[in-house]
Write a protein of this length. Structure first.
Length: 193
């Protein structure tokens, strides 16, 4: 009897410690197209729609220069750096510096949207395994001069991004994902202006 009580005491201590260190939150990503017969999802798994939404949201936000590309581009890279791998952040900062030196940022306002209103299509997201995806975006990128509104650029661009799971900065990156860079060079598919 005494051994049973001692054993029960240690089991209780073990359970209390386990409960104390257990995960208090889990991420569940629910796709928008729930079948009529229900849905079974594993915690911390990503449907294609979530991966696509992540890429579109981050890339659109980085390319939103509402005041002036000279300051907005850098500000956006910093603001969304938790959603970028360090290597891709360096690529974007180098791109920013090159555009600045070529006079492609000063007094520019930029906006990005889905090409022809296109958004999510499951075929545009490919899971490669080990927490890595390829995401294809077709976007329309417009740039205007902020002083006179003159259109400088209006093009359709095809991007293919590499996306990876990222648990590095969970406090600032609730998605648990990061843009890892271009999987292929961006391709201009249409020029409107």
């Amino acid at each position: 009897m005494k051994k049973s009580i001692i054993l029960l005491f240690f089991v209780t201590i073990f359970l209390v410690i386990g409960w104390h260190y257990s995960q208090s939150e889990i991420a569940i990503h629910i796709p928008p197209d729930i079948p009529t017969n229900g849905l079974t999802i594993k915690a911390d798994s990503y449907p294609k729609s979530t991966i696509f939404s992540f890429v579109f949201y981050v890339w659109q936000s980085i390319n939103d220069w509402s005041e002036d590309g000279e300051t907005d581009y850098s500000k956006n890279i910093d603001k969304y750096s938790a959603y970028l791998t360090p290597d891709f952040k360096r690529v974007l900062l180098n791109d920013r510096n090159e555009r600045l030196n070529n006079g492609e940022l000063q007094s520019r306002i930029r906006n990005m949207q889905g090409l022809n209103g296109e958004l999510f299509d499951p075929k545009n997201v490919t899971y490669l395994g080990n927490g890595v995806w390829l995401v294809h975006l077709m976007v329309r990128l417009t740039e205007r001069m902020n002083d006179n509104g003159k259109m400088v650029k209006d093009t359709g661009i095809s991007y293919t991004f590499r996306v990876v799971r990222s648990e590095e900065d969970a406090d600032h990156n609730q998605w648990g994902l990061a843009l890892d860079g271009y999987a292929a060079s961006p391709d201009r598919v249409k020029t409107f202006v």
